[in-house]
Ligand binder design. Sequence first.
Ligand code: SDX
Length: 428
Amino acid sequence: MSETARMILDGQEYEFPVITGSENEKAIDISKLRGSTGYITMDPGFKNTGSTQSGITYLDGEHGVLRYRGYAIEELAEKASFIEVAYLLIYGDLPNKEQLAYFNDSITHHTIVHENMKRFFDAFPLGAHPMGMLSSMVASLSTFYPESQNPNRDITDIDLTIHRLIAKLPTLAAQAYKHNVGLPTMYPKNNLSYVGNFMHMMWGVPAEDYEVDPIVESALNKLFILHADHEQNCSTSTVRVVGSSQANLYSSVSAGVSALWGPLHGGANQAVIEMLEAIRAEGSPLQSWIDRAKDKTDSFRLMGFGHRVYKNFDPRARIIKRAADEVLGQLGVNDPVLDIAKQLEEVALNDDYFVQRGLYPNVDFYSGIIYRALGIPTDMFTVMFALGRLPGWIGQWKEMTENREPIGRPRQVYVGASERAFTSLDAR
Ligand code: SDX
Protein backbone atom coordinates (compact mmCIF):
# COMPACT_ATOMS: atom_id res chain seq x y z
CA MET A 1 0.00 0.00 0.00
CA SER A 2 1.58 3.30 -1.07
CA GLU A 3 1.97 5.71 1.86
CA THR A 4 0.85 9.32 1.71
CA ALA A 5 1.50 12.47 3.74
CA ARG A 6 -1.43 14.74 4.55
CA MET A 7 -1.16 18.51 4.95
CA ILE A 8 -3.84 21.06 5.86
CA LEU A 9 -3.38 24.48 4.27
CA ASP A 10 -5.94 27.30 4.60
CA GLY A 11 -8.44 24.78 5.91
CA GLN A 12 -8.02 22.45 2.94
CA GLU A 13 -6.45 18.99 3.20
CA TYR A 14 -3.87 17.84 0.65
CA GLU A 15 -2.20 14.47 0.20
CA PHE A 16 1.28 13.91 -1.15
CA PRO A 17 2.90 10.57 -2.00
CA VAL A 18 5.67 9.15 0.23
CA ILE A 19 8.77 7.71 -1.47
CA THR A 20 10.58 4.80 0.22
CA GLY A 21 14.18 4.02 -0.74
CA SER A 22 15.92 0.63 -0.89
CA GLU A 23 17.27 1.22 2.64
CA ASN A 24 13.81 2.30 3.84
CA GLU A 25 14.58 6.04 3.85
CA LYS A 26 11.37 8.03 3.53
CA ALA A 27 10.62 11.24 1.61
CA ILE A 28 7.49 13.25 0.94
CA ASP A 29 7.21 13.89 -2.81
CA ILE A 30 6.25 17.58 -3.01
CA SER A 31 6.85 17.94 -6.75
CA LYS A 32 3.17 18.96 -7.13
CA LEU A 33 2.98 21.10 -3.96
CA ARG A 34 3.07 24.58 -5.58
CA GLY A 35 0.78 23.60 -8.43
CA SER A 36 -1.87 22.27 -6.05
CA THR A 37 -1.51 24.61 -3.06
CA GLY A 38 0.40 27.74 -4.22
CA TYR A 39 2.83 27.09 -1.37
CA ILE A 40 6.52 26.22 -1.59
CA THR A 41 8.71 24.79 1.21
CA MET A 42 11.61 26.68 2.81
CA ASP A 43 14.80 24.82 3.83
CA PRO A 44 18.03 26.93 3.82
CA GLY A 45 21.02 24.66 3.10
CA PHE A 46 18.60 21.91 2.01
CA LYS A 47 19.11 20.19 5.40
CA ASN A 48 15.77 18.36 5.07
CA THR A 49 15.37 18.39 1.30
CA GLY A 50 16.16 15.58 -1.14
CA SER A 51 17.19 16.66 -4.65
CA THR A 52 17.17 13.27 -6.37
CA GLN A 53 16.77 9.50 -6.03
CA SER A 54 20.25 8.06 -6.50
CA GLY A 55 21.61 4.52 -6.67
CA ILE A 56 25.25 5.45 -6.15
CA THR A 57 26.10 6.05 -2.46
CA TYR A 58 24.23 5.25 0.74
CA LEU A 59 24.95 7.04 4.02
CA ASP A 60 23.45 6.23 7.41
CA GLY A 61 24.46 9.21 9.57
CA GLU A 62 23.27 7.69 12.83
CA HIS A 63 25.16 4.41 12.40
CA GLY A 64 28.22 5.69 10.51
CA VAL A 65 27.47 3.63 7.40
CA LEU A 66 28.95 4.52 3.99
CA ARG A 67 28.49 2.23 0.95
CA TYR A 68 29.36 2.78 -2.72
CA ARG A 69 26.83 0.87 -4.88
CA GLY A 70 26.17 -1.41 -1.86
CA TYR A 71 29.83 -2.14 -1.02
CA ALA A 72 30.97 -1.07 2.49
CA ILE A 73 33.66 1.64 2.51
CA GLU A 74 35.71 -0.43 4.99
CA GLU A 75 35.96 -3.32 2.48
CA LEU A 76 36.67 -1.13 -0.53
CA ALA A 77 39.37 0.84 1.32
CA GLU A 78 41.15 -2.39 2.27
CA LYS A 79 40.66 -4.55 -0.83
CA ALA A 80 40.05 -2.42 -3.94
CA SER A 81 42.15 -0.22 -6.20
CA PHE A 82 41.01 3.35 -6.75
CA ILE A 83 40.48 2.65 -10.46
CA GLU A 84 38.17 -0.28 -9.59
CA VAL A 85 36.19 2.01 -7.25
CA ALA A 86 36.04 4.70 -9.95
CA TYR A 87 34.59 2.14 -12.38
CA LEU A 88 32.11 0.96 -9.70
CA LEU A 89 30.85 4.48 -8.98
CA ILE A 90 30.54 5.45 -12.65
CA TYR A 91 29.24 2.24 -14.24
CA GLY A 92 27.43 0.63 -11.28
CA ASP A 93 29.35 -2.63 -10.72
CA LEU A 94 32.89 -3.73 -9.88
CA PRO A 95 34.65 -4.39 -13.23
CA ASN A 96 35.63 -7.90 -14.35
CA LYS A 97 39.15 -8.47 -15.67
CA GLU A 98 38.34 -7.44 -19.25
CA GLN A 99 36.39 -4.34 -18.21
CA LEU A 100 39.15 -3.26 -15.80
CA ALA A 101 41.88 -3.86 -18.39
CA TYR A 102 40.00 -1.76 -21.00
CA PHE A 103 39.18 1.03 -18.48
CA ASN A 104 42.77 1.13 -17.20
CA ASP A 105 44.24 1.09 -20.70
CA SER A 106 41.93 3.81 -21.99
CA ILE A 107 42.72 6.07 -19.05
CA THR A 108 46.46 5.38 -19.32
CA HIS A 109 46.42 6.53 -22.95
CA HIS A 110 44.64 9.82 -22.24
CA THR A 111 46.88 11.14 -19.45
CA ILE A 112 48.77 13.69 -21.56
CA VAL A 113 47.27 17.19 -21.76
CA HIS A 114 47.56 19.61 -24.72
CA GLU A 115 50.93 21.38 -24.77
CA ASN A 116 49.11 24.77 -24.93
CA MET A 117 47.98 24.22 -21.32
CA LYS A 118 51.56 24.74 -20.20
CA ARG A 119 51.16 28.37 -21.32
CA PHE A 120 48.13 28.71 -19.03
CA PHE A 121 50.22 27.52 -16.08
CA ASP A 122 53.03 29.92 -17.01
CA ALA A 123 50.53 32.78 -16.80
CA PHE A 124 49.49 31.99 -13.20
CA PRO A 125 51.39 33.94 -10.51
CA LEU A 126 53.89 31.97 -8.42
CA GLY A 127 52.11 30.72 -5.30
CA ALA A 128 48.73 30.66 -7.07
CA HIS A 129 46.41 28.41 -5.05
CA PRO A 130 46.35 25.04 -6.81
CA MET A 131 42.54 24.81 -6.49
CA GLY A 132 42.20 28.04 -8.46
CA MET A 133 44.50 26.64 -11.13
CA LEU A 134 42.74 23.26 -11.15
CA SER A 135 39.21 24.61 -11.57
CA SER A 136 40.39 26.86 -14.43
CA MET A 137 42.27 24.08 -16.19
CA VAL A 138 39.39 21.59 -15.90
CA ALA A 139 36.96 24.09 -17.44
CA SER A 140 39.44 24.80 -20.26
CA LEU A 141 39.49 21.09 -21.20
CA SER A 142 36.07 21.67 -22.80
CA THR A 143 37.73 24.04 -25.32
CA PHE A 144 40.24 21.38 -26.40
CA TYR A 145 37.49 18.75 -26.80
CA PRO A 146 34.52 20.65 -28.29
CA GLU A 147 32.64 17.39 -28.93
CA SER A 148 32.11 17.33 -25.14
CA GLN A 149 29.95 20.44 -25.49
CA ASN A 150 27.25 18.63 -27.48
CA PRO A 151 24.23 18.30 -25.15
CA ASN A 152 22.81 15.48 -27.26
CA ARG A 153 26.01 13.55 -26.69
CA ASP A 154 25.87 9.84 -27.33
CA ILE A 155 27.24 7.31 -24.87
CA THR A 156 30.58 6.87 -26.67
CA ASP A 157 31.23 10.62 -26.55
CA ILE A 158 30.32 10.65 -22.85
CA ASP A 159 32.59 7.69 -22.09
CA LEU A 160 35.50 9.27 -23.97
CA THR A 161 35.00 12.52 -22.05
CA ILE A 162 34.84 10.59 -18.76
CA HIS A 163 38.03 8.65 -19.49
CA ARG A 164 39.82 11.84 -20.62
CA LEU A 165 38.88 13.68 -17.41
CA ILE A 166 39.87 10.83 -15.07
CA ALA A 167 43.15 10.52 -16.98
CA LYS A 168 44.03 14.22 -17.10
CA LEU A 169 43.10 15.46 -13.63
CA PRO A 170 46.22 13.97 -11.95
CA THR A 171 48.37 15.42 -14.76
CA LEU A 172 46.87 18.89 -14.21
CA ALA A 173 47.11 18.57 -10.41
CA ALA A 174 50.80 17.65 -10.61
CA GLN A 175 51.44 20.53 -13.04
CA ALA A 176 49.85 22.97 -10.58
CA TYR A 177 52.21 21.69 -7.89
CA LYS A 178 55.26 21.84 -10.18
CA HIS A 179 54.32 25.43 -11.19
CA ASN A 180 54.51 26.57 -7.58
CA VAL A 181 57.75 24.77 -6.71
CA GLY A 182 59.41 25.95 -9.92
CA LEU A 183 60.30 22.45 -11.10
CA PRO A 184 59.86 21.05 -14.60
CA THR A 185 56.63 19.33 -15.57
CA MET A 186 56.91 15.53 -15.73
CA TYR A 187 55.12 13.71 -18.54
CA PRO A 188 52.98 10.68 -17.61
CA LYS A 189 54.55 7.18 -17.79
CA ASN A 190 52.28 4.47 -19.16
CA ASN A 191 53.92 1.64 -17.25
CA LEU A 192 52.84 3.02 -13.87
CA SER A 193 49.54 2.58 -11.97
CA TYR A 194 47.08 5.48 -11.85
CA VAL A 195 48.31 6.47 -8.38
CA GLY A 196 51.96 5.66 -9.16
CA ASN A 197 51.80 7.85 -12.26
CA PHE A 198 50.46 10.75 -10.19
CA MET A 199 53.32 10.29 -7.74
CA HIS A 200 55.83 10.22 -10.63
CA MET A 201 54.40 13.47 -12.07
CA MET A 202 54.35 15.10 -8.60
CA TRP A 203 57.75 14.14 -7.26
CA GLY A 204 59.71 12.86 -10.26
CA VAL A 205 62.47 14.97 -11.84
CA PRO A 206 63.92 14.58 -15.37
CA ALA A 207 67.40 13.87 -14.01
CA GLU A 208 66.52 10.47 -12.54
CA ASP A 209 64.03 7.58 -12.72
CA TYR A 210 61.35 8.01 -10.08
CA GLU A 211 60.90 5.00 -7.77
CA VAL A 212 57.24 4.61 -6.68
CA ASP A 213 57.21 3.95 -2.90
CA PRO A 214 54.57 1.23 -2.33
CA ILE A 215 53.75 2.60 1.13
CA VAL A 216 52.89 6.01 -0.31
CA GLU A 217 51.08 4.45 -3.29
CA SER A 218 48.95 2.31 -0.96
CA ALA A 219 48.17 5.26 1.34
CA LEU A 220 47.08 7.47 -1.57
CA ASN A 221 45.02 4.64 -3.08
CA LYS A 222 43.16 4.29 0.23
CA LEU A 223 42.72 8.06 0.68
CA PHE A 224 41.37 8.49 -2.85
CA ILE A 225 38.86 5.65 -2.27
CA LEU A 226 37.71 7.19 1.03
CA HIS A 227 37.04 10.52 -0.74
CA ALA A 228 35.50 9.06 -3.91
CA ASP A 229 31.84 9.88 -3.32
CA HIS A 230 29.50 11.08 -0.60
CA GLU A 231 26.00 11.36 -2.06
CA GLN A 232 24.58 14.89 -2.39
CA ASN A 233 27.27 16.96 -0.62
CA CYS A 234 27.86 20.59 -1.57
CA SER A 235 30.29 20.01 -4.46
CA THR A 236 28.40 17.02 -5.88
CA SER A 237 25.12 18.93 -5.78
CA THR A 238 26.95 21.73 -7.59
CA VAL A 239 28.12 19.32 -10.31
CA ARG A 240 24.57 18.03 -10.70
CA VAL A 241 22.96 21.47 -10.86
CA VAL A 242 25.49 22.80 -13.38
CA GLY A 243 25.12 19.61 -15.45
CA SER A 244 21.32 19.88 -15.29
CA SER A 245 21.52 22.87 -17.66
CA GLN A 246 23.18 20.46 -20.16
CA ALA A 247 26.57 22.10 -19.53
CA ASN A 248 29.39 19.72 -20.43
CA LEU A 249 31.11 17.44 -17.91
CA TYR A 250 34.31 19.50 -17.77
CA SER A 251 32.42 22.70 -16.85
CA SER A 252 30.26 20.82 -14.34
CA VAL A 253 33.27 19.28 -12.60
CA SER A 254 35.14 22.61 -12.68
CA ALA A 255 32.22 24.07 -10.70
CA GLY A 256 32.49 21.12 -8.30
CA VAL A 257 36.19 21.85 -7.77
CA SER A 258 35.30 25.44 -6.88
CA ALA A 259 32.60 24.37 -4.41
CA LEU A 260 34.95 21.84 -2.79
CA TRP A 261 37.52 24.60 -2.18
CA GLY A 262 35.45 26.24 0.56
CA PRO A 263 36.82 25.71 4.11
CA LEU A 264 33.44 24.42 5.29
CA HIS A 265 33.72 21.62 2.70
CA GLY A 266 36.84 20.09 1.13
CA GLY A 267 38.96 23.10 2.04
CA ALA A 268 38.63 21.97 5.67
CA ASN A 269 41.57 19.57 5.31
CA GLN A 270 43.86 22.54 4.71
CA ALA A 271 42.14 24.54 7.48
CA VAL A 272 42.60 21.65 9.95
CA ILE A 273 46.38 21.59 9.55
CA GLU A 274 46.54 25.39 9.76
CA MET A 275 44.47 25.19 12.97
CA LEU A 276 46.64 22.43 14.48
CA GLU A 277 49.80 24.36 13.56
CA ALA A 278 48.37 27.49 15.25
CA ILE A 279 47.54 25.46 18.37
CA ARG A 280 51.07 24.04 18.39
CA ALA A 281 52.69 27.45 17.85
CA GLU A 282 50.59 29.20 20.49
CA GLY A 283 50.99 26.43 23.06
CA SER A 284 47.80 27.48 24.91
CA PRO A 285 45.74 24.72 26.57
CA LEU A 286 43.52 22.73 24.21
CA GLN A 287 40.50 23.56 26.37
CA SER A 288 40.89 27.24 25.46
CA TRP A 289 40.47 26.33 21.77
CA ILE A 290 37.46 24.17 22.60
CA ASP A 291 35.97 27.10 24.54
CA ARG A 292 36.52 29.39 21.53
CA ALA A 293 34.80 26.87 19.23
CA LYS A 294 31.78 26.92 21.58
CA ASP A 295 31.71 30.72 21.89
CA LYS A 296 29.08 32.08 19.49
CA THR A 297 30.77 35.49 19.50
CA ASP A 298 33.99 33.89 18.22
CA SER A 299 34.16 32.96 14.53
CA PHE A 300 36.60 30.13 15.33
CA ARG A 301 35.27 26.65 14.53
CA LEU A 302 36.95 23.34 15.25
CA MET A 303 37.86 22.56 11.66
CA GLY A 304 37.52 18.90 10.74
CA PHE A 305 34.72 18.48 13.28
CA GLY A 306 31.01 18.14 12.58
CA HIS A 307 29.05 16.86 9.62
CA ARG A 308 25.68 17.47 8.04
CA VAL A 309 24.90 13.73 7.95
CA TYR A 310 27.15 11.84 10.40
CA LYS A 311 26.02 12.48 13.98
CA ASN A 312 27.94 9.70 15.75
CA PHE A 313 31.08 9.13 13.75
CA ASP A 314 32.38 9.48 10.18
CA PRO A 315 33.52 5.97 9.17
CA ARG A 316 36.15 7.51 6.92
CA ALA A 317 37.69 9.44 9.82
CA ARG A 318 38.12 6.20 11.76
CA ILE A 319 39.90 4.53 8.83
CA ILE A 320 42.09 7.59 8.17
CA LYS A 321 43.02 7.91 11.86
CA ARG A 322 44.26 4.30 11.85
CA ALA A 323 46.02 4.85 8.52
CA ALA A 324 47.76 7.94 9.91
CA ASP A 325 49.38 5.85 12.65
CA GLU A 326 50.31 3.12 10.14
CA VAL A 327 51.72 5.38 7.40
CA LEU A 328 53.67 7.68 9.72
CA GLY A 329 55.05 4.59 11.47
CA GLN A 330 56.03 2.94 8.17
CA LEU A 331 57.65 6.15 6.92
CA GLY A 332 59.33 6.79 10.27
CA VAL A 333 57.67 10.22 10.50
CA ASN A 334 57.04 11.62 13.97
CA ASP A 335 54.62 14.56 13.57
CA PRO A 336 53.68 16.28 16.85
CA VAL A 337 50.58 17.62 15.11
CA LEU A 338 49.15 14.07 15.06
CA ASP A 339 49.37 13.92 18.86
CA ILE A 340 47.73 17.34 19.12
CA ALA A 341 44.91 16.14 16.85
CA LYS A 342 44.31 13.05 18.99
CA GLN A 343 44.36 15.08 22.22
CA LEU A 344 42.00 17.66 20.71
CA GLU A 345 39.60 14.89 19.70
CA GLU A 346 39.75 13.49 23.23
CA VAL A 347 38.99 16.87 24.85
CA ALA A 348 36.18 17.69 22.38
CA LEU A 349 34.48 14.30 22.75
CA ASN A 350 34.38 14.77 26.50
CA ASP A 351 32.61 18.10 26.12
CA ASP A 352 28.79 18.20 26.18
CA TYR A 353 28.64 20.94 23.53
CA PHE A 354 30.19 18.60 20.94
CA VAL A 355 28.48 15.43 22.09
CA GLN A 356 25.01 17.01 22.25
CA ARG A 357 25.43 18.40 18.71
CA GLY A 358 26.86 15.20 17.31
CA LEU A 359 30.15 16.90 16.39
CA TYR A 360 32.82 14.26 15.73
CA PRO A 361 35.95 14.20 13.58
CA ASN A 362 35.05 14.11 9.90
CA VAL A 363 37.01 12.95 6.85
CA ASP A 364 39.11 16.11 6.90
CA PHE A 365 40.35 15.92 10.49
CA TYR A 366 43.19 13.41 10.04
CA SER A 367 43.70 13.30 6.28
CA GLY A 368 46.02 16.32 6.17
CA ILE A 369 48.37 14.65 8.64
CA ILE A 370 48.93 11.82 6.18
CA TYR A 371 49.27 14.15 3.19
CA ARG A 372 51.92 16.10 5.15
CA ALA A 373 53.83 12.94 5.98
CA LEU A 374 53.79 12.08 2.26
CA GLY A 375 55.43 15.41 1.46
CA ILE A 376 52.36 17.10 0.00
CA PRO A 377 52.20 20.86 0.71
CA THR A 378 49.17 22.15 2.64
CA ASP A 379 47.72 24.13 -0.26
CA MET A 380 47.57 20.88 -2.29
CA PHE A 381 45.44 19.04 0.30
CA THR A 382 42.11 19.99 -1.24
CA VAL A 383 43.47 19.10 -4.69
CA MET A 384 44.03 15.61 -3.25
CA PHE A 385 40.40 15.61 -2.12
CA ALA A 386 39.33 16.60 -5.66
CA LEU A 387 41.39 13.77 -7.19
CA GLY A 388 39.59 11.31 -4.92
CA ARG A 389 36.13 12.84 -5.44
CA LEU A 390 36.34 12.94 -9.23
CA PRO A 391 34.70 9.54 -9.95
CA GLY A 392 31.86 10.41 -7.59
CA TRP A 393 31.24 13.71 -9.34
CA ILE A 394 31.33 11.92 -12.70
CA GLY A 395 29.04 9.08 -11.60
CA GLN A 396 26.49 11.51 -10.16
CA TRP A 397 26.60 13.73 -13.28
CA LYS A 398 26.15 10.65 -15.49
CA GLU A 399 23.19 9.41 -13.39
CA MET A 400 21.54 12.86 -13.56
CA THR A 401 22.13 13.05 -17.33
CA GLU A 402 20.85 9.51 -18.04
CA ASN A 403 17.76 10.13 -15.89
CA ARG A 404 17.16 13.37 -17.84
CA GLU A 405 16.53 15.18 -14.56
CA PRO A 406 15.02 18.68 -14.88
CA ILE A 407 17.21 21.80 -14.72
CA GLY A 408 17.89 22.70 -11.09
CA ARG A 409 16.04 25.91 -10.27
CA PRO A 410 14.88 26.39 -6.64
CA ARG A 411 12.09 28.88 -5.76
CA GLN A 412 12.22 31.61 -3.07
CA VAL A 413 10.07 33.73 -0.79
CA TYR A 414 10.51 37.41 -1.72
CA VAL A 415 11.03 39.69 1.31
CA GLY A 416 12.18 42.84 -0.45
CA ALA A 417 10.53 46.22 -1.18
CA SER A 418 6.97 46.25 -2.53
CA GLU A 419 6.30 48.05 -5.85
CA ARG A 420 7.46 51.66 -5.98
CA ALA A 421 7.82 54.34 -8.73
CA PHE A 422 11.21 55.34 -10.17
CA THR A 423 12.47 58.70 -8.80
CA SER A 424 14.80 61.05 -10.63
CA LEU A 425 18.33 61.55 -9.36
CA ASP A 426 17.52 65.09 -8.13
CA ALA A 427 14.59 63.76 -6.13
CA ARG A 428 16.58 61.10 -4.19
C1 SDX B 1 33.14 17.72 4.18
O1 SDX B 1 28.38 16.95 3.14
C2 SDX B 1 29.40 16.07 3.02
O2 SDX B 1 29.22 14.89 2.84
C3 SDX B 1 30.75 16.74 3.08
C4 SDX B 1 31.95 15.79 3.08
C5 SDX B 1 32.08 15.02 1.78
O3 SDX B 1 32.67 13.94 1.79
O4 SDX B 1 31.69 15.61 0.71
O5 SDX B 1 31.85 14.88 4.17
C6 SDX B 1 33.27 16.59 3.22
O6 SDX B 1 32.86 18.82 3.76
C7 SDX B 1 33.31 17.46 5.66
C8 SDX B 1 33.05 18.73 6.51
C9 SDX B 1 34.35 19.57 6.52
N1 SDX B 1 34.07 20.89 7.17
C10 SDX B 1 34.58 21.18 8.38
O7 SDX B 1 35.23 20.39 9.09
C11 SDX B 1 34.30 22.61 8.83
C12 SDX B 1 33.87 22.61 10.31
N2 SDX B 1 32.53 21.98 10.38
C13 SDX B 1 31.39 22.82 10.27
O8 SDX B 1 31.51 24.08 9.76
C14 SDX B 1 30.05 22.10 10.18
O9 SDX B 1 30.06 21.09 11.10
C15 SDX B 1 29.62 21.57 8.82
C16 SDX B 1 29.69 22.63 7.78
C17 SDX B 1 30.47 20.41 8.44
C18 SDX B 1 28.19 21.08 8.96
O10 SDX B 1 27.42 22.19 9.21
P1 SDX B 1 25.82 22.08 9.42
O11 SDX B 1 25.33 20.70 9.20
O12 SDX B 1 25.20 23.20 8.64
O13 SDX B 1 25.67 22.32 10.94
P2 SDX B 1 25.56 23.74 11.62
O14 SDX B 1 26.62 24.66 11.06
O15 SDX B 1 24.15 24.18 11.57
O16 SDX B 1 25.99 23.38 13.14
C19 SDX B 1 25.03 22.85 14.06
C20 SDX B 1 25.53 23.31 15.43
C21 SDX B 1 25.69 24.82 15.50
O17 SDX B 1 25.59 25.19 16.88
P3 SDX B 1 24.09 25.63 17.46
O18 SDX B 1 23.57 26.68 16.49
O19 SDX B 1 23.28 24.36 17.46
O20 SDX B 1 24.40 26.17 18.83
O21 SDX B 1 26.85 22.77 15.66
C22 SDX B 1 27.79 23.87 15.74
C23 SDX B 1 27.13 25.06 15.11
O22 SDX B 1 27.65 26.26 15.66
N3 SDX B 1 28.99 23.42 15.01
C24 SDX B 1 30.24 23.65 15.39
C25 SDX B 1 31.04 23.01 14.44
N4 SDX B 1 30.26 22.44 13.51
C26 SDX B 1 28.98 22.71 13.86
N5 SDX B 1 30.74 24.30 16.46
C27 SDX B 1 32.09 24.32 16.55
N6 SDX B 1 32.95 23.72 15.68
C28 SDX B 1 32.44 23.07 14.61
N7 SDX B 1 33.25 22.48 13.74
